[in-house]
Write a protein that binds this ligand. Structure first.
Ligand SMILES: Nc1ncnc2c1ncn2[C@@H]1O[C@H](COP(=O)(O)OP(=O)(O)OP(=O)(O)O)[C@@H](O)[C@H]1O
Length: 262
């Protein structure tokens, strides 16, 4: 198992906002965390990454390749995030520095991971921009985040997250802020990159249609607890909880349901 989350609990000001969450992500598997707003998806991801906000405290167990992450020093967690675990957030602006060019930021990610010279890292930044299908990569690396569209910014943020060739990618609603057509393009891109690199994926969404496109297993959260955990095909065809049935009704696109009416 690459990631094992066992009895994860997150308390903020004494209130449990994540309560006994457990799931496993085998090597190369794609798992989705799904639930309504406020169900604890983001805090679960942030707890895994050691990025909880001030005042929040995680207990329980998060094992990455057998190593316990809860209680690890900030320095060790930062190294892990630069090296083995990539992160993409909903709003690429939070990942991008507004006063540095895209190329410089991707090059910095490269340099954190490997001891490349500045010119080598700059050349790699162009390759990484090409890899996320940013058009005209030689020119786009010279641009600043505000000079890009929302979709281009998310591609740049993905390039930064993947420049270190992580083994696990955690993506928190990475397409939610984008137009529907751009959403589909970014999902396709993520899926192909994850498959090409054999990465494990934890993908957060409130949209079962999106989950069905990217993940093979879904964990449904409600009020910080797991209410259902099943292969995505089962969530679609035999949702066992009321919350999953509600998510199915709210899904943005028609979801293919095995044996169902579509
Ligand atoms: N910094 C914080 N301080 C206090 N409470 C918080 C904080 N962050 C989140 N919460 C609370 O914790 C609960 C879970 O939040 P979380 O952001 O994990 O939900 P979510 O499922 O990711 O929702 P969304 O889809 O809206 O991001 C919510 O009740 C939220 O109000």
């Amino acid at each position: 198992m690459s990631l094992e989350v066992d009895g994860l609990r997150v308390e903020i000001d004494g209130r449990a906002v994540v309560d006994g969450v457990s799931f496993v992500v085998p090597e190369g598997a794609r798992l989705g965390l799904i639930g309504e707003s406020g169900s604890g998806k983001s805090l679960t991801a942030l707890a895994i990454l050691g990025l909880l906000p001030d005042g929040a405290r995680a207990t329980g167990s998060v094992r990455w390749r057998g190593r316990e992450l809860i209680g690890l020093t900030d320095r060790d967690l930062a190294r892990l995030r630069g090296d083995e675990i990539g992160i993409v957030f909903q709003e690429p602006r939070t990942a991008l520095n507004p006063i540095r060019t895209i190329g410089r930021q991707i090059a910095e990610s490269v340099r954190i991971h490997e001891s490349a010279s500045r010119p080598e890292a700059a050349a790699r930044a162009v390759d990484e921009a090409r890899r996320v299908a940013l058009a005209d990569p030689e020119r786009i690396v010279a641009r600043y985040p505000h000079q890009l569209s929302g979709g281009q910014r998310q591609r740049a943020a993905i390039a930064m997250a993947l420049a270190c060739r992580p083994d696990l990618l955690i993506a928190d609603e990475p397409t939610t802020a984008l137009d529907v057509t751009i959403q589909a393009e970014i999902l396709d891109l993520l899926l192909s990159l994850v498959e090409d690199d054999g990465m494990s994926l934890v993908f957060i969404t409130h949209d079962l249609a999106v989950l069905a496109q990217i993940a093979t297993h879904g964990v449904v959260l409600e009020n910080g607890r797991v209410v259902e955990s099943a292969p995505v095909a089962d969530l679609l065809s035999h949702p066992s909880s009321e919350i999953t049935r509600g998510l199915l009704r709210d899904a943005t696109a028609t979801v293919w349901r095995p044996g169902g009416e579509g």
